[in-house]
Design a protein around this ligand. Structure first.
Ligand code: FAD
Length: 474
């Protein structure tokens, strides 16, 4: 009986336990190993997967096909519409190729889990391997045996468990057969936007990781808040589609800083914490499937009377709110498919609190644009910002976009990169748009073609606190 490796959001040959298991099965049974990848345009559209992320996936599937061919493994790329069709096609596929075992990595999202359960229930010989997190969902539990709802104790427990384990990455499998000829170019037949700004490849991701750890991680706790600097790793596009694994990241930290899991003074502490946030949100998705279905984590959020003004939403999307930092951030997203974390928090707060627009509108727009779009982190970030989430920012904390601007982009060098209309303005005017109190000028164009602020900060802050007090407990 032959075996099959089913690639999903794990587009790599290094540290891929499902691939290793599939190879071991083939070797143990003296049989043949194939690999498959499904292109699912309707499903991706339903999940709002960004065309730039689809392009990035296409590039990596091509590289994966080449890497697998060198190992003597053929990758079949199959177009279907959605997960429902996968079941039908996969059943026929395994009969045709006499496959007795299918291996794949576990995924935390509800539709993916339902797809896998349906396949297993239908008798498909699918083995799911936990490889999406360093510590699998449902293995980091509180004293009552449930999922943590606060990050800090989760992180503490996560580190204590990780510290008792050997965090070792899996080898790239040895060739299974003589190398196959170089595969033909693989084209995904769906909407794509060029991701060429982002270099592709497992080797590239590994180099970014190594360079970041060698020269930036120690200053990360300070530099990560300054959007004008390259102070963060920019590994998120690669982590989101599994070109590199979080275990590779944590193992690389530990290789350099063996004390990282126990020593609070470790220079890599802050960055390690961000990787643990990633795990926290993925564990939450499994523990609370309603998070994959657009529900507020905090049910009191159901009572919020969002304003949902479409014109204001469009101004936010287009980077035309009249707040230069907010607009620079949105233009960075629209032009590059990525946004700095500090700015994600600023624009999410602005949308949900200043404009009182439902966080789901922002979550969806981000997903449609982000090259690193990821349901768990995106939903977690949006609900954190709106105050509806698990361990969220309190509803009464409203980021002041002007203070954020002067604090985190003091010389406005980031703002000027994207909002060229204000490049001749004084720093004071950039950070504190001067007509901010002139109500009848809201949103009108200035001579430079740049709008007046679409909302006044003080009023918006008080309005947000009043409306969002629906989240107040008791
Ligand atoms: P680094 O600072 O170098 O961090 C390393 C890695 O840790 C990241 O690549 C990411 O995988 C993980 N990470 C870092 N911060 C977080 C966080 N707060 N939550 C979860 N994981 C984190 N991240 C996504 O990967 N995809 C998303 O769709 C996404 N949407 C977001 C939406 C909002 C509103 C907010 C506030 C945050 C969102 N994040 C998302 C988290 C974070 O902004 C990005 O992971 C980070 O900016 C990516 O840049 P980096 O790779 O340089 O991160």
């Amino acid at each position: 009986m032959n075996s099959l490796m089913w690639f999903r959001q794990d587009l790599r040959v290094a540290d891929n336990p499902a691939l290793v298991a599939a190879c071991d099965f083939a070797i143990g049974n003296n049989s043949h190993l194939r690999a498959v990848y499904f292109v699912t345009p309707s499903q991706w559209a339903q999940h709002d997967v960004a065309p730039i992320q689809i392009d990035f996936m296409q590039r990596h599937v091509n590289l994966l096909a080449q890497a697998l061919a060198a190992l003597g493994i053929q990758l079949d790329v199959v177009h279907v519409q959605d997960f429902a069709e996968v079941q039908e096609v996969l059943t026929t596929y395994i009969e045709k190729h006499q496959i007795g075992a299918v291996f794949a990595g576990n995924e935390p999202e509800i539709n993916e889990r339902r797809r896998d359960s349906a396949l297993i229930d239908s008798g498909l010989p699918l083995t799911l391997i936990d490889q999406d997190c360093v510590l699998a969902p449902e293995t980091v539990k509180n004293l009552a045996g449930g999922m943590y709802k606060v990050f800090t104790p989760f992180a503490k427990k996560w580190k204590s468990i990780a510290n008792q384990r050997a965090i070792i990455t899996k080898r790239v499998p040895a060739p299974m057969a003589t190398a196959l000829p170089s595969p033909d170019d693989i084209v995904f037949h769906c909407d794509k936007v060029s991701s060429d700004l982002w270099p592709a490849g497992e080797g590239v991701a590994k180099r970014i990781l190594d360079q970041f750890l060698a020269s930036q991680v120690a200053d990360y706790h300070v530099d990560r808040d300054i959007p004008a600097l390259e102070g963060t790793s920019r590994l998120s596009p690669y982590l989101a589609i599994g070109v590199i694994s979080s275990r590779q990241c944590v193992a690389a930290i530990l290789a350099r800083y063996p004390e990282a899991l126990v020593d609070d003074a470790c220079p890599a502490k802050t960055w390690l914490n961000e990787l643990i946030w990633r795990e926290f949100y993925r564990h939450l998705l499994v523990a609370f499937p309603r998070l994959s279905m657009g529900c507020n984590f905090n049910e009191l959020g159901d009572g919020i009377a969002w304003r949902n003004n479409a014109d204001e939403f469009n101004a936010w999307c287009d980077g035309q709110t009249g707040y230069p930092l907010v607009d620079a951030a949105m233009r960075q997203l629209n032009q590059t498919g990525w946004m700095h974390n500090r700015l994600r928090m600023v624009v999410a707060s602005f949308l949900t609190k200043h404009l009182l627009i439902d966080w789901r509108w922002g979550e969806r727009y981000f997903r449609q644009k982000l090259i690193d779009g990821d349901l768990a982190a995106n939903n977690g970030g949006w609900q954190w910002s709106a105050g509806t989430g698990c361990d969220a920012q309190p509803y009464f904390r409203v980021f002041n976009p002007m203070t954020q601007s002067s604090k985190f982009d003091p010389d406005a060098s980031f703002i000027k990169r994207y909002v060229t209309e204000v490049s001749g303005w004084s720093l004071a005017d950039i950070h504190l748009p001067k007509t901010v109190n002139v109500n009848d000028l809201f949103g009108q164009r200035l001579d430079e073609g740049y709008p007046q602020p679409i909302v006044e900060h003080k009023m918006a802050r008080l309005r947000a606190i009043e409306v969002l007090s629906a989240l107040k407990r008791g």
